[in-house]
Structures are given as structure tokens and as C-alpha cells.
Write a protein that binds this ligand. Structure first.
Ligand code: CTP
Length: 472
């Protein structure tokens, strides 16, 4: 099979010539080849294997390019990288590799193309296209990766126990590719992941999170989380989620399985947002339910304050996984903390003041919160399903109306602390806070409009009540 079409970008001829200049063979390998055959659009990360020194080849390519781009050399790994137009091109020498049991540090020896292909993760990622002049565009596919692409199968080139133990992150990569591409992981591989699951512990959190994010950003993330659960990996990575599994029954009363519910919510939200943080919020919105679950004869199952507990758990989880502890984390916390607010509105009559409070508390994230809460509707009762969605439409409409009138989204007190001090000739004191709070409450309740004049009048009244004397 010839794949010249895949190599029509002039860079491949340039690499081919540079390889000839230094007397080595070279190949494009991995994701670029896979995605070309899958017609997934152009793959911008290009991996080149040299049968010899990858670093030398990279330097020669840079030399032959008109603008002589900078070559980044990673000596410890024996790799080099350069950027050409919008492509990241990585060069590596073909290797025979084995890994030590307890670390990721490989013992590296020079090898042939076949050696290099043997040590790749999956058959579909081990396909190479020749860049040598006499075989330019020829496909080298020793493990029938093309067939596996056709049959949509994830399979390792070697015994899966060897491939996964060489780099345990590949267990997550298998699941990530299965989720992204809608492929099946071969049974032997799946069993091997189950056997080797504990080895995930030696992988850095950062690499794990990269895969989690890719699973979350897939069209149907539940595919990946179900596989992570089935193979036992999830217990090591996100025990907060596995803790949500199961249905308890006491005196004939049950609650829903919050793990499967969560996955439904994540799939629902994936249809409405590409924002990975909002997807994280969907994944974590119920994690507080495991530690707060209680049964009482009077009310049955409760998860009292699970939103508050859940939002605290978000911080610990982000910290453990070395995820950013910045405004993204705070956003996820806020979504988890507020995740039950709109549904309460949707169950009852929607009052203006309740909507105003929602906008006030959610601030700029009110739309995100609505998206999360709509995704949270997983009731199998069609009547209720319809009713909640309809009520959410009413809530959305009210949000627009109330916001247009009252502007509480990025609430700024209409009367400032300085104005209050001046009006009553006060020094900084508790009364100022009390007056400000009472004005805000009056606005949120709808007792006064969110306008300066009305707020000023109320301030005077409140001051009088507190026994303060107006200066004018
Ligand atoms: N690879 C591997 N084992 C890993 C990571 C990568 O064998 N743990 C190999 C595979 O051949 C892979 C190539 O290195 O195709 C490039 O890896 P990477 O850029 O991480 O993935 P891609 O396959 O390019 O796919 P994507 O860009 O979707 O992550």
C-alpha cells in the first residue's frame, strides 16, 4: 500500500533529503499515520523515527530548512523537536527498550524499525510510512494496524502484560482511544489492564490528568469512565466516584445509583458544552453524596449538605491530582456548591426574588450553572422530565427578564460605604455593613429597585432605625 497522499506536505521531502544527507532511513510513525487512515483531519504532531540518531536528523532537517528553526534537544530521552509552520515535529532514534520494574526510566539500545514498532503502545499507533526515496510513502504495518482500524480494535503489538507494564499510562491511553474513537479494547488487553491496574500508581498525576481530560472531552465520556471502573483503574484515580456506586435499601426504601447517574449527567452536558471545566463540574457534582448519605425512618435517604461537602472535596481532589488550584478549581467548586439551586426552582413556582438570588450568587456563571442543572435531569419519568425542562425554560426566561431590569449579575452596591459614612458622619463601623447588607437584601427581595435613589432613601430610613443622625 502506498500513502504518498499523506506525505504531500513539502516537509516530508525535506526530512527525506536530510535523512539521505546523513545516511539514515527515516519514517513517520504513530498518530499521524493513524489519523490519516481514519481521515480524522490533519495531525499536527508528527513523530519521526530515524534508524540512527534522531537528534542528528533533526539538526540536519533544521539546516536544510530555509529559516533554520531552533532544534530543542532532550538529551536524556535521545529525542529532538522542531516547529515547522503549525506542526510540532519530534525526532527519535529507533530503539530497543525495556523498562525497570519500579520506574519509567527506560534502558535504551539502538534498534531497527521493527524493534521500535514492537515497543509502541497499540497496533494502530505502530504503523509507519517510509520517507526513504526508493520506498517513499510505503506503509510498514507489521501488526495489521490497518485491519484493527477497520475492525475498530485496540490491541497491543506485544503481549499486553509487557506493553502495559513497560508504561502503565498505556492502560489509560487504551481507554482514552476507545472513548475518542469509539473502538473496542481487545479482551486480552482488558484483562491485562485489570491485572496490572495497580501499576498506575507509578505514573505521574499530570500524565493521568491529560488522559482524563481527553476522555472528558470526548463525545460520550461515559464510555471511558465505565471502562476505567470495569478495569479497576478508577478506584486508584478517582475513588470519590467509585464511592458513589451502588444502591442501598433500608426498609424497602432505595436511592438512585449516583455513579451511573453522574455518568449520564456527563454525557448530557457533553452535548451542550466543550468547556472541560464545566464537564469536570458535571463529573464531580454529586461526590459529596457518598460521605453525607444517611437513612432516617422519617424522611428516608438524605444527602444533607452534600453540595457543600462536595465543593470541599473538589479542592482535595484537584490537589491530589496536581490540577490547577486557581480560578478553574474555584469555578468547579462553585458549580458543585450551587448544583441543586436551579432544580429547586424548577420544582416549585419560580418567583422573581428566587431568580434574583440565583443570579446574585452565581454571578457570571449563571449560564454555566443552568447548563449543568439541565444536564442533571436524568429522571426516567417522562412526565417529570418534561415538567423540569419546561420549568427550566421559565427560569431561563426569568433570568433574562430580571437581569435586564435589576442588573444583579455583577452586583455593585448602589450605595457605597463612603456615602453611608458621609450621610451619618460615621467612622468605619459595624452599622455601615448592616446598612449595606439590608439594602442588598431589599433589592434581592424586590422591595426596592436596584437604583441609587431608592437605595439612598432606604439608607436614611435604616440609619434612623439604628438611631443615627443624618448630616443633612
Ligand atoms: N506512544 C507509545 N506509548 C505511550 C505514548 C506514545 O507507544 N505511552 C507512541 C505511539 O506510537 C503514539 C506515539 O508514541 O502514536 C505518539 O504519542 P502521542 O503524541 O502521545 O499520541 P498520538 O498517538 O499522536 O495521539 P494523540 O495526539 O491523540 O494523543
Amino acid at each position: 500500500m502506498n500513502y504518498k497522499e499523506a506525505l504531500k506536505n513539502p516537509i516530508f521531502k525535506i526530512i527525506s533529503q536530510a535523512a539521505k544527507d546523513i545516511g539514515v532511513d527515516s519514517y513517520v510513525i504513530g498518530g499521524f499515520v493513524r489519523d490519516h487512515i481514519l481521515e480524522r483531519g490533519e495531525h499536527k504532531d508528527i513523530d519521526i523515527v530515524a534508524i540512527g540518531s534522531g537528534i542528528k536528523l533533526a539538526k540536519q532537517v533544521a539546516k536544510n530548512l530555509p529559516n533554520s528553526p531552533k532544534v530543542q534537544v532532550f538529551k536524556t530521552y535521545g529525542t529532538a523537536m522542531l516547529v515547522y509552520e503549525d506542526m510540532d515535529i519530534e525526532f527519535v532514534g529507533a530503539r530497543k527498550e525495556s523498562y525497570t520494574q519500579d520506574s519509567r526510566n527506560p534502558i535504551v539500545e539502538n534498534g531497527s524499525l521493527q524493534d521500535d514498532q514492537n515497543r509502541r503502545d497499540f497496533t494502530i499507533n505502530a504503523m509507519a510510512l517510509s520517507l526513504s526515496a526508493d520506498s517513499f510513502g510505503n506503509l510498514l504495518d507489521p501488526f495489521n494496524g490497518v485491519e484493527d482500524l477497520e475492525h475498530k480494535i485496540i490491541r497491543t503489538p506485544l503481549d499486553p502484560d509487557i506493553t502495559y507494564s513497560d508504561d502503565p499510562l498505556r492502560m489509560m491511553r487504551a481507554i482514552r482511544f476507545a472513548t475518542q474513537l469509539n473502538f473496542t479494547i481487545e479482551a486480552a488487553s482488558l484483562e491485562s489492564i485489570f491485572r496490572n491496574k495497580e501499576r498506575i500508581k507509578i505514573i505521574t498525576k499530570e500524565r493521568i490528568v491529560v488522559e482524563l481530560n481527553k476522555i472528558l472531552l470526548s463525545e460520550t465520556p461515559s464510555v471511558g469512565f465505565l471502562l476505567l471502573e470495569k478495569t479497576g483503574l478508577l478506584e486508584f484515580i478517582l475513588p470519590e466516584l467509585t464511592a458513589l456506586k451502588g444502591i442501598d435499601e433500608v426498609e424497602g426504601q432505595t436511592h438512585k445509583d449516583n455513579f451511573y447517574h453522574t455518568l449520564e449527567v456527563v454525557d448530557n452536558i457533553a452535548k451542550n458544552t466543550e468547556d472541560v471545566w464545566l464537564r469536570w463540574a458535571a463529573l464531580l457534582h454529586d461526590i459529596g453524596k457518598a460521605p453525607t448519605k444517611k437513612f432516617s425512618k422519617k424522611v428516608g435517604w438524605t444527602f444533607h449538605a452534600h453540595e457543600f461537602v462536595g465543593s470541599k472535596m473538589v479542592y482535595k481532589l484537584f490537589k491530589r491530582l496536581k490540577m490547577p488550584l486557581n480560578e478553574k478549581m474555584k469555578f468547579v467548586q462553585k458549580m458543585v456548591f450551587m448544583s441543586s439551586r436551579p432544580i429547586v426552582l424548577a420544582q416549585d413556582m419560580v418567583t422573581d426574588s428566587a431568580v434574583r438570588r440565583l443570579i446574585f450568587d452565581a454571578g457570571e456563571y449563571v449560564e454555566d450553572l443552568m447548563i449543568l442543572c439541565e444536564a442533571d435531569i436524568t429522571t426516567k419519568n417522562p412526565k417529570r422530565f418534561k415538567k423540569y425542562h419546561k420549568n427550566f425554560q421559565v427560569v431561563r426566561q426569568k433570568i433574562d427578564e430580571v437581569e435586564a431590569r435589576d442588573h444583579v449579575r455583577n452586583f455593585q452596591p448602589p450605595v457605597s460605604g463612603e456615602e453611608i459614612m458621609e450621610a451619618f458622619d460615621l467612622k468605619p463601623s459595624r452599622e455601615i455593613g448592616q446598612i449595606k447588607e439590608a439594602i442588598k437584601e431589599a433589592i434581592l427581595e424586590g422591595d426596592i429597585p436596584n437604583e441609587h435613589e431608592a437605595a439612598h432613601q432606604l439608607m436614611l430610613k435604616l440609619g434612623e432605625k439604628l438611631g443615627l443622625k443624618a448630616t443633612l
